[in-house]
Design a protein around this ligand. Sequence first.
Ligand SMILES: Cc1cc2nc3c(=O)[nH]c(=O)nc-3n(C[C@H](O)[C@H](O)[C@H](O)COP(=O)(O)OP(=O)(O)OC[C@H]3O[C@@H](n4cnc5c(N)ncnc54)[C@H](O)[C@@H]3O)c2cc1C
Length: 290
Amino acid sequence: MYDIRGVAEPKTVEEALEVLDKNSDLTIISGGTDVLVKLHEGRMENLDLVSIREIKELEAISMLENGDIEIGSRASFTDIFRSEIINKHLGVLAEAAVSMGGPQIRNIATIGGNVCNGAVSGDSAPTLFALNTKLKLKSKNRERIVPISEFYAGPGIVNIDSNELLLSLIIEKKDYENAKGNYIKFATRKAMDISIMGVSVVVKVKGNKFNDVRIALGVAGPTPIRCSEAEKLAENLEVNEGNMKLIAHKALEASKAIDFWNASKAYKDHLIDELVYRALKESVKRLGGK
Ligand SMILES: Cc1cc2nc3c(=O)[nH]c(=O)nc-3n(C[C@H](O)[C@H](O)[C@H](O)COP(=O)(O)OP(=O)(O)OC[C@H]3O[C@@H](n4cnc5c(N)ncnc54)[C@H](O)[C@@H]3O)c2cc1C
């Protein structure tokens, strides 16, 4: 049923990096909610696994001295939406976390696994893109920080070396301070369904003008994307209904959506137009606007 050659179970990051360094044909398993499904369905076979489940240091969610927030790659979606730090400072990420799967899946699925599987339908991706998240990757001889936009390379493909482990995700203070956001997942069911479209918006307002607007989409192309033209248009625009509709419509220019079994391109583009508008409106409301 599960075509597994062996499983290593390191207890520390250093042990895991040693194991990964010795063999380039290993597959990391964290919560296993993607890997085990693929094994079960025969989409992965004959795997030599490195389980990182016992590495407790990867589960922490903390605020660093400079105000940046660091989320361990093994933080589960339940850890994230229950975290005081996340709820206080990154409400939009808590919202994305609770939209994912159902309670059982959220308890074991990790944010690191969600990012490393490279799926555009991943519920964390749009918000992590909107927050300019940095990824801390480590191999035995090297540690590097990569912007999330450079990590996703194509559908299900990410830029990670075979000997690397994703340690954590970092959201810098400047990217969340004085901002509010809204994540909208559009799916056919309320739970246990992959998103047909995911829209995340993070907004800052100065006076009555948009000051820093981030708009990110999942399932609108081969990787999650930012709507940079719409973001540019929003800068210094007065916050009002008409302008929010204008910005949302401009967001469509970034769409590389294609016809797929669950939704046509036309349908997805319609969703982008409508959901970006709704997410902008909700973000402004959360900032205290009307
Ligand atoms: C019933 C069900 C419902 C689901 N619903 C949703 C949903 O609504 N939204 C959604 O986004 N996803 C959903 N998923 C998909 C899945 O649960 C998520 O993608 C989850 O976040 C994967 O995390 P994991 O820890 O289980 O990953 P794993 O299966 O352990 O690993 C996934 C991939 O990431 C790699 N990996 C994991 N951790 C690391 C690390 N620290 N460093 C390097 N590589 C790593 C693995 O090698 C593998 O390639 C669902 C899955 C199931 C089975």
